[in-house]
Design a protein around this ligand. Sequence first.
Ligand SMILES: C[S@@+](CC[C@H](N)C(=O)[O-])C[C@H]1O[C@@H](n2cnc3c(N)ncnc32)[C@H](O)[C@@H]1O
Length: 238
Amino acid sequence: MRRERSFPPERQPAAKPRRKASPRPAEGAAQQAEGRAYFLETHDVSRETLARLDRYVALLTEWQRQINLVAPATIGDVWSRHIADSLVLERLLPPFQRCVDLGSGAGLPGLVVAAVRAEQGGIVDLVESNAKKAAFLRAVQRGLGLAGTVHAARIGDCGAALAAADLVTARALAPLPELLAFVAPHIGTSARCFFQKGRSHEQEINQAAAHWRFTMIKHESNVENGSAILEIGDIARR
Ligand SMILES: C[S@@+](CC[C@H](N)C(=O)[O-])C[C@H]1O[C@@H](n2cnc3c(N)ncnc32)[C@H](O)[C@@H]1O
């Protein structure tokens, strides 16, 4: 459902759960294979994209033995929990020249977006302040032949990257008022932000609307009960 809104916002009905339960708890190679098979039943991706995603999962699994990239209990469930979640956002993105993913962590959704859009020429920059995670992100970019820069820095020090972006993404990074404060000083007037939010998003929208004006399309999401992807633009302080 897409609905353009200005603020103050109207109340929205709660999102409906849609996704079939994924195989959980899931750890190890057998669970990953099961998750991959289910992913392929439910997603249509090209052979080239699948090869990149397979390589990403292999690198993630290898590096996860040394550093905590994702919650350890979710590594077996990487296809349904992380890749499919990132694809929900990717499918909403218009064509772009430069997308900046904030607080990328293990590369979610940024590396998944980059892997899926590789043939379309869009560049995905990744901002991640944790040096070890940033090293992982660079290794994946190299391993998959993806364009883009990894900024091993705080978001506040990445104004130039944000200024060059036509899209900004973030998942599980910060409450909406904080996300708006990160991007507003830097992004161009036509840039759009896609923030993947959990079930507290309505409260966050109301808190943000006290300090910011913005336009928003709320895309309901099946990632978890009540989750949503907020497409936001025209951000200005009140
Ligand atoms: C909860 S994790 C989410 C990672 C990923 N987006 C995901 O959905 O799995 C948040 C990540 O953002 C990074 N981070 C938090 N604040 C940041 C900041 N101000 N600048 C850059 N990175 C930041 C953290 O190091 C962490 O890896």
